[in-house]
Write a protein that binds this ligand. Structure first.
Ligand SMILES: Cc1cc2nc3c(=O)[nH]c(=O)nc-3n(C[C@H](O)[C@H](O)[C@H](O)COP(=O)(O)OP(=O)(O)OC[C@H]3O[C@@H](n4cnc5c(N)ncnc54)[C@H](O)[C@@H]3O)c2cc1C
Length: 440
């Protein structure tokens, strides 16, 4: 509790809770359109956040849009590592390289993908916000409760030191938000989610200063994956992501698994033989983003992880955080003149945001049977990673604008059949060969 009974009463037409990518991006986009906001975070920056720290091409374009000088700023260029693709390893060690190459980004003259510590990225973005006269930033203020007062909302801090009256709260405070529970009827327990663990290392052989990430599927993680990512300044981020239902079903302890596989996996043990850990591993969760929920209502909008938006297959939630913020800003601007932030006035936000993420939601939904059946997933990965056209076939599905169109296309099924056929022929040849050898 606040000891000196000094309560700060603040009035802000728009209050954004959470200064991660979703919140800061919302504040910056509003300021660009001349709209003021109050941006609050419980942490004092720089602060860290468990994340794979891989910025996709979409995030790069968002950053370019929000501030065209940002990507060239030395604070940014010194902190980041360009990443030109990922080598994906199946359970049996078969692997292929998936390039990160975005024609749209190349046309804009910006990198297609980078790795950057969240410690740096979120701090750089908040610094840009702090320089904006239309954004008031409050750090170290933990908003604990929200209640309806008249036509607006009252937010109260945990230590009792701050009370904020607002017409619209943009909830951007990340995974498992208590404010979301208070404002909506959501029960997070109903939602399938995933969890992750992030650890940092120096002196990782072949990766500390590399432009390539690596992703490993391994029996210890069932349908989860380990992602190894260079994130600048010689640091490598090791990140495990796994569905919580799978982690619980197989009683997987992520910290123990991390320590074990870095010392035993045939590729990783060489990479990490002389690696030095930096600090302790951090854990966090995220929702898979496969379920639709109301994400707006009287006087509120949910953006980023607080809205449950993520990417079930890749966990790339920063793009969704910024894109949902973009859409939120459009709907705020529509209602700004009239200061009308009723559920009715904001309802179109839900439609637009779910339309935007439709393809990722469909992929997440369609991949569920595979991701919940480790044996099936293992078989599929082992077959497709070893197949010469495997990367193209998987790429077609992962980067499709319309998943159903890909699934309906004969060429996609032809590639799948070829893949399975190749596996059957190899299996047959191996068996036949063994019989022939034995008889010789
Ligand atoms: C293991 C793991 C790996 C991931 N890897 C990637 C990846 O490689 N690439 C990618 O794009 N995404 C990745 N993600 C997802 C990504 O981290 C999130 O989608 C992204 O951080 C969401 O941004 P956000 O702004 O919505 O929330 P957050 O980044 O969580 O920010 C929320 C902010 O709100 C503040 N806050 C929380 N509660 C309060 C409160 N009550 N009052 C005031 N402030 C509050 C927090 O301090 C924080 O600063 C990963 C996630 C996990 C868990």
């Amino acid at each position: 509790m606040n000891d000196n009974n000094d309560i700060q009463d603040i009035r802000a037409t728009i209050c954004i809770v959470g200064a991660g990518p979703a919140g800061t991006y919302t504040a910056l986009s509003l300021a660009k359109q001349g709209v003021p906001s109050l941006l609050i975070d419980k942490a004092v920056f720089p602060r860290d956040k468990a994340c794979g720290e891989s910025l996709t091409s979409g995030v790069m374009r968002c950053l370019q849009r929000i501030d065209p000088t940002l990507l060239q700023d030395p604070a940014f260029t010194k902190a980041r590592q360009v990443v030109n693709g990922v080598r994906l390893y199946a359970y049996n060690g078969k692997n292929f390289f998936l390039p990160y190459r975005s024609e749209a980004n190349i046309a804009l003259g910006i990198d297609s993908s980078i790795g950057i510590r969240r410690l740096d990225l979120d701090n750089i973005l908040l610094d840009v916000a702090k320089k904006q006269p239309l954004i008031q930033v409050l750090e170290g203020v933990h908003i604990q409760s929200v209640e309806r007062v008249g036509d607006g909302l009252k937010l109260s801090s945990k230590d009792g030191g701050h009370q904020i009256m607002t017409d619209l709260v943009v909830v951007a405070n990340g995974y498992n938000s208590r404010l979301v529970k208070q404002l909506t009827q959501w029960d997070w327990a109903d939602e399938t989610d995933a969890c992750g663990l992030t650890a940092f290392y120096r002196d990782v052989e072949g990766l500390s200063d590399s432009e390539m990430a690596e992703c490993f599927l391994m029996d210890e993680l069932k349908t989860g994956a380990m992602y190894v990512m260079p994130v600048g300044k010689g640091v490598v981020n090791v990140n495990i992501a796994i569905r919580n239902d799978i982690r619980k079903r197989y009683d997987i302890n992520l910290r123990e698994t991390l320590a074990e596989v870095l010392g035993t996996h045939p590729v990783l043990k060489k990479r990490f033989a002389n690696a030095k850990p930096l600090g302790k591993p951090m854990g966090s969760g995220y929702h898979l983003g496969t379920r639709k929920r109301p994400v707006s209502g009287d006087n509120y909008l949910l953006v980023g992880d607080a809205g449950g938006f993520n990417d079930a297959l890749t966990a790339n939630g920063i793009a969704h955080a910024m894109e949902s913020a973009d859409i939120a800003v459009r709907h705020i601007l529509k209602n700004w003149e009239a200061r009308q932030f009723t559920a009715e006035a904001l309802r179109q936000f839900d439609k637009e945001v779910y339309r935007k993420f439709r393809q990722k939601r469909q992929l997440g939904f369609l991949s569920t049977p595979m991701m919940t059946h480790p044996k099936l997933f293992r078989w599929f990965a082992n077959v497709s990673f070893g197949f010469s056209g495997g990367s193209e076939t998987l790429g077609k599905l992962m980067y499709a604008k319309n998943v159903w169109r890909v699934l309906a296309s004969p060429s996609f099924h032809f590639s799948l059949l070829k893949m399975v056929g190749e596996k059957v022929v190899i299996g047959f040849k191996t068996k036949f060969g063994k019989v022939a050898d034995a008889g010789a």
